[in-house]
Design a protein around this ligand. Structure first.
Ligand code: ANZ
Length: 811
């Protein structure tokens, strides 16, 4: 029978057919309680359900995880591959402000559109496990985890300087501020003191650093996290003040202590206030302090800023190593919030100190040899050279920097004026926003000023409806919820917190909830978490390197320490996909709307399988690559070619002749290992080689055809399923065993190796893999180029490195 000969590849029909089949049969529903197979948890960074739907970048990472999850399922794993929505956030809120409608309606609409689009791409998500962070049954547990953080002292309500953005009417975290402007919108951000909810991230700094050592993440991402944590080892030294009092400084370069010519205090620090009565130029100092308070940390610490400040006239400190009196200054480059809020300044060996000293005419003492004290030295970065010797440093003169560090520290420790310390640049995570569309913080400020955290039975604390979603005068919109705000329960009276949690709250633990999304007793069953964590493979954009990927590590580590997460690190392997650029090589976006590709258009015109295949064939997953419509057409052509060959039953033969054996096994081997390593473009190249070989052979043994269809079905599942059924199977291909390869069949029986004469390549020779040295060399000598080179010469030596090279030495 030849029933398929005439049937053309029609993705419209088969894609719909198989999407319906998978939905109807719940093909990809994971029984999380089935522990009989090994587990594999593969995770995508879930999208924010924006109003514009999927963009061309979404299918890239999602297809990558889809391929891996399909292969793992065929390899016998119980695979969990869920999808959900990071659905709290600013755009929905702005929509509410503009239209007066509740942001939830808008969000639900967007979620529907996204889910429909994702289903049209044929991803093997278990939709029964879908979550949305704005869903009360989800945020109940976000609030619950926050509550635990509060009860354990990690979430605190403190008065602190925050990044305030007037335009956005909210506080921003440090990573939402770039160059003194809001990341979103580019509005000015100022420092302002406010009572804030914060999470004590520095408490986890050391554990987070250690954890990085055990995970398979891009080194660049780990480095960004280390940098963000900013561990700094140094010494705290106490300085006496002439006429009474003392203060401490923090330095990482104690070896330069003989080079101190002044000290600088943070202008906003308490010490300056205490010293005020003794300061001769009070007005000048006061004016400078006020000036400083207007600036944010970024403006203050950037290297290229001028070193403003002023002297505290009449006040001197005493250098403990030599009793020298040194003047005190204030300068905004010293932050009250880092170290001790005071520095010893060594203008010869620190660039900021150097610039400050130049502006304020302060003398300099060089204490390290070889570092010439000019701006040039700083440009070269060699002013604190490794291995350089100390000078002008009493008994330490002549020691290297490395020797002097511990020696000087020892001396100061013995004098009782110093101790070794570690500082982290890592700050508290500001955990409240003056916004509506976020999780309410489940606390009440009681009439006696104490904080009452809600009982578990009161969770979720549901976001109330508002008539006006805009906060007045920068106040939280929930201030408008006059009824809701008032709390009166069991004799406890007070006012609810009206700010909400930041966007990163729900995404800090969502991957745990997928495992047990309907649990209403706990955030997830512990036995299930033990079985399913860690996530085996996590794919998402590099823009989350220090935000989401740091916060979720912190929440997990907290839960781990508490015995509520089974793993120290939640994401075992992490990969960032590259960006899909417009065909003009520029990021797709509003600037060049004509270059924006809508994945749904490609699905409509070419089919989902073509889109999937194309995005995987564009280049290595991790690199950014430009869109090419020709490439899309090429992908579609390849699928036509595949379809034409494998659905023609005249081409598929029962008996195996050996023509395709080698290329088939090579293909299985390469595709398997490429899929493991996420090398999809090279796997596709190999599949193309196989298809070409099939055309050349004119027929293909059924076993190989089936193996091929299984492999390609991971990339292009609809055509895969359809071809599988045409090959005579009734069931989905999803659980068919993954093809295996035979190493014997791949073994090359001949190799081509280079032949050198006196170290120069003169030609190549084909020999058997196990060729004897004597006959290999004899064959090599027959190669024309080699023959010429040795003709009439005296052969001194003949070397044969098996399977690699032959070298003939002549005189
Ligand atoms: C003297 C010195 C000499 C320094 C020298 C450096 C080079 P990290 O690595 O970031 O920890 N410092 C200390 N506290 C500060 C604060 N609150 N605001 C601004 N700067 C502060 O940097 C530590 C160095 O930064 C310290 O070492 C101190 O300057 C400065 F040749 O002390 B150093």
């Amino acid at each position: 029978m030849n029933h398929n000969m005439e049937k053309k590849y029609n993705p419209k029909v088969i894609e719909k057919k198989w999407q319906e089949y998978w939905a109807e049969h719940e093909t990809f529903k994971t029984d999380v309680w089935d522990f009989s197979k090994p587990k594999y948890y593969v995770l995508d960074m879930f999208p924010y359900p924006s109003g514009v739907g999927l963009h061309a970048g979404h299918p890239e990472g999602y297809t990558a995880t889809d391929i891996v999850s399909r292969m793992k399922r065929m390899q016998g794993y119980n695979v969990l591959h869920p999808m959900g929505y990071d659905s709290f956030g600013l755009p929905a809120e702005q929509y509410a402000v503009n239209t007066g409608n509740h942001p939830n309606g808008f969000t639900q609409e967007n979620i529907k559109t996204f889910s429909k689009q994702l289903m049209e791409l044929g991803f093997d998500y278990d939709w029964t496990k879908m979550i949305a962070t704005s869903d009360p049954s989800f945020y109940k547990w976000t609030q619950w985890i926050f509550k635990q953080l509060y009860l354990d002292g990690y979430a605190k309500y403190v008065d602190m300087p925050v990044n305030w953005c007037e335009e956005l009417g909210t506080v921003l975290s440090n990573d939402e501020v770039i160059d003194g402007k809001s990341e979103r919108g580019g509005f000015p951000v100022v420092r302002k003191n406010m009572k804030q909810w914060v999470i004590n991230q520095p408490a986890f700094a050391e554990k987070l650093l250690e954890g990085l050592e055990e995970i398979d993440w891009p080194e660049s991402t780990k480095e960004m996290q280390r940098h963000w944590i900013g561990k700094s080892e140094g010494v705290e030294v106490e300085f006496d003040i002439v006429g009474g009092g003392k203060f401490s400084i923090f330095t990482t370069c104690i070896e330069t202590i003989y080079g101190i010519t002044f000290m600088v205090l943070a202008p906003e620090g308490d010490l300056v206030k205490e010293l005020m009565p003794r300061i001769e130029n009070k007005e000048e100092v006061q004016a400078y302090i006020e000036e400083t308070l207007k600036k944010n940390d970024m403006d203050r610490t950037q290297l290229n800023k001028t070193k403003s400040g002023c002297c505290l006239k009449g006040v001197y400190a005493i250098n403990p190593v030599n009793g020298k009196e040194v003047p005190l200054f204030i300068g905004d480059f010293v932050l009250a919030s880092y170290g001790t809020g005071a520095v010893m300044a060594v203008p010869t060996h620190d660039q900021r100190d150097f610039e400050y000293a130049q502006v304020h005419n302060i003398p300099m003492i060089q204490v390290i040899e070889g570092a010439d004290v000019t701006e040039k030295a700083f440009e070269k970065g060699d002013y604190l050279g490794k291995g350089c010797k100390l000078m002008n440093s009493e008994e330490f003169t002549g020691m290297t920097v490395e020797e002097a560090k511990p020696a000087i520290t020892d001396k100061l420790v013995k004098m009782g004026v110093a101790k070794k310390t570690v500082n982290y640049h890592f700050r508290e995570w500001i955990f409240a926003r003056q916004r509506y569309w976020g999780e309410p913080v489940p606390v009440v400020y009681m009439e006696n000023d104490e904080i009452h955290v809600l009982d578990d039975e009161e969770l979720p604390l549901i976001l109330p409806d508002l008539e006006d979603y805009k906060g007045k005068n920068g106040q939280a919109p929930l201030e408008n919820a006059t009824q809701w705000k008032q709390y009166d329960n069991n004799g406890i009276k007070g006012k609810r917190e009206t700010s909400t949690m930041p966007g990163s709250a729900g995404s800090s633990w969502y991957y745990m909830r997928y495992i047990d999304p309907d649990n209403d007793k706990e955030f997830a069953n512990q036995e299930l978490l033990k079985h399913w964590l860690p996530v085996d493979l996590y794919i998402g954009g590099p823009e989350h390197a220090v935000g989401h990927l740091m916060y979720s590590r912190i929440w997990n580590r907290y839960l781990y320490d508490k015995g509520l997460s089974p793993v120290k690190e939640p994401f075992k392997k992490l990969v960032h996909q590259g960006m899909i650029l417009g065909s003009n090589g520029i990021k797709m976006g509003k600037r060049f709307p004509e270059f924006v590709v809508n994945p749904s258009d490609i699905v409509r015109d070419f089919g989902a399988d073509t889109l999937r295949l194309y995005e995987m064939f564009m280049g290595p997953l991790e690199v950014s690559k430009p869109w090419s419509q020709q490439g899309v057409e090429g992908a579609r052509k390849f699928l036509n070619r595949v379809w034409t060959f494998f659905t023609n039953d005249e081409n598929i033969v029962e008996d195996k002749d050996d023509t395709l054996t080698k290329v088939y096994h090579q293909t299985v081997k390469k595709v398997t290992s490429d899929f493991e390593q996420l090398g999809f473009n090279t796997a596709i190249s190999q599949l193309m080689i196989f298809v070409n070989a099939c055309y050349k052979a004119g027929k293909c043994p059924k076993e190989y055809a089936e193996g091929f269809v299984k492999m390609i079905s991971c990339i292009t599942p609809h055509i895969g399923e359809e071809m599988w059924s045409i090959l005579g199977h009734d069931d989905t291909i999803a659980f068919e065993p993954w093809p295996v390869f035979d190493e014997e069949a791949i073994k090359e029986d001949t190799v081509e190796i280079g032949v050198q004469v006196n170290g120069k390549v003169k030609g190549k020779v084909e020999i058997a893999v196990d060729e004897e040295s004597g006959s290999a060399i004899a064959k090599a000598k027959e190669v024309p180029g080699v023959k010429n080179a040795i003709d009439g010469k005296n052969i001194v030596k003949e070397i044969y490195v098996k399977g690699k090279i032959i070298n003939i030495v002549v005189k």
